[in-house]
Design a protein around this ligand. Structure first.
Ligand SMILES: Cc1cc2nc3c(=O)[nH]c(=O)nc-3n(C[C@H](O)[C@H](O)[C@H](O)COP(=O)(O)OP(=O)(O)OC[C@H]3O[C@@H](n4cnc5c(N)ncnc54)[C@H](O)[C@@H]3O)c2cc1C
Length: 378
């Protein structure tokens, strides 16, 4: 097939937060960039369906590196996307008495070591938790982000940076081409192809789909079908978030994109998980999303109420489902690094998956991205 689109410097595949922010960055550096997204809009998948936490490190007491990088990256996210950050609520971190992998003293020491501010929660807040199950409660300044505002902001920035954004367009495969790489595309308008010096695979849970369809080696990734509840919180939580650490507990965070809260639970949010196995046909997460299992909502609420009885007053509005993708080792050490593989299988093909939104700065700071910024012109 001849290329219908003249060659460009860079093709970014996947219009989630990572693909959109990267396309914007490359264009700001002077590259001619095309961004393709299979859905009808940007930031509709994991970048929308998540807990909306701007991580400040508190969540990772078992991974010092992830915690300290979060603490360093969060202010950059806050500064750059100030209009998308919501901090008009108090965030309480409660420490479980049993089954927790840290106790209250260890959590305090860890926060002080990484330099993350925390203070004892007021007495009326402590009293709201079940004393038999919660050892201590702290208040921390950890905000949330509004995914709808983030989308609007990136759409405007991409237009200003003159990125050619093509929604409703799926990348089918990547191969060597006359300008470096040729990517086959499919959209309602029919098949197409685009030549570019660089291709960035930012398809998150579908990263290995593109690789296997291109005859390239898959990357070991673990996927988890996740269910989060959207709830109307009881009055006690209207301007608050609660995260119970560090084990099979729950979090309840504002979800600014809907004006509701999410409720997620370490035991009940994951429904099933799988690891991409190069020896087997690739398992498309979209197929998993098409056959959802029965909701865990009753169990999730029931267990959370044991720790925070006021949650009995919440109203479950709906379940939100998404496939969460992590590196297999994150299961063991609780780290959340960025996945960044340059020249993966083909010169000029880079695979990227962030484990949380602030990882974008790990990407921009990485020496591996610099050749693309410096020499990516077609
Ligand atoms: C349940 C859950 C809770 C989370 N909580 C948090 C949190 O509180 N804080 C935090 O910072 N992070 C959180 N995360 C992680 C965060 O959501 C992800 O790190 C981030 O959204 C990944 O962004 P992305 O752009 O890589 O992926 P996505 O937003 O999924 O974007 C990938 C895009 O690629 C598109 N695509 C796929 N295949 C193709 C193709 N072949 N051609 C074209 N387009 C394609 C998809 O349609 C999609 O839009 C959570 C994730 C989940 C699932």
């Amino acid at each position: 097939m001849d290329s219908a689109t003249p060659g460009v410097d860079a093709l970014v595949i996947g219009g989630g937060f990572f693909g959109a922010a990267l396309a914007r960055q490359l264009a700001r550096e002077g590259l001619q960039v095309v961004l393709v997204e299979r859905a009808a809009d940007l930031l509709t998948r994991a970048s929308y369906t998540n807990q909306a936490r701007v991580h400040l490190g508190y969540h990772y007491p078992r991974s010092f590196l992830t915690a300290s990088r979060s603490l360093r990256n969060a202010p950059r996210f806050r500064a750059e996307f100030a209009d998308c950050v919501v901090d008009d609520f108090a965030h309480y971190y409660a420490i479980g008495r049993t089954l927790s992998k840290v106790n209250a003293r260890q959590f305090e020491v860890f926060c002080r070591r990484i330099g993350a501010p925390l203070a004892p929660a007021p007495p009326e807040i402590r009293r709201a938790f079940a004393a038999a199950l919660i050892e201590d409660v702290f208040v921390v300044p950890e905000p949330a982000f509004d995914a709808v505002k983030l989308r609007a902001r990136l759409v405007a920035d991409l237009a200003e940076a003159r990125v050619d954004v093509r929604t409703g367009t799926e990348a089918i495969r990547v191969a060597a081409g006359p300008r470096g790489l040729r990517t086959t595309l499919a959209s309602a308008a029919g098949p197409d192809a685009i030549d570019s010096a660089r291709v960035f695979n930012c398809t998150y849970s579908r990263l290995n789909g593109l690789l296997t369809a291109s005859g390239l080696p898959a990357i070991p990734l673990k996927h988890e079908l996740a269910e989060m509840l959207l709830i109307e919180p009881p009055p006690f939580l209207a301007k608050a978030a609660v995260t119970v650490m560090c084990g099979p507990f729950f979090s309840c965070m504002p979800f600014p994109a809907r004006g509701l809260h999410t409720l997620s639970h370490v035991r009940y949010t994951p429904h099933r998980s799988w690891i991409d196995d190069p020896a087997r046909p690739w398992h498309d997460p979209l197929a998993v999303m098409d056959a959802l299992p029965p909701s865990h909502a009753p169990a999730m609420v029931r267990d959370a109420v044991r720790y925070l009885p006021a949650l009995a007053g919440c109203r479950v509005v709906e379940s939100m489902w998404e496939v969460k993708t992590i590196l297999p080792r994150s299961e063991v050490d609780d780290s959340r690094p960025i996945l960044l593989k340059a020249d993966h299988g083909l010169p000029g093909l880079t695979c990227i998956a962030g484990a949380k939104v602030d990882n974008i700065y790990d990407l921009f700071d990485s020496a591996l991205l610099q050749p693309a910024l410096a020499g990516g012109r077609a």
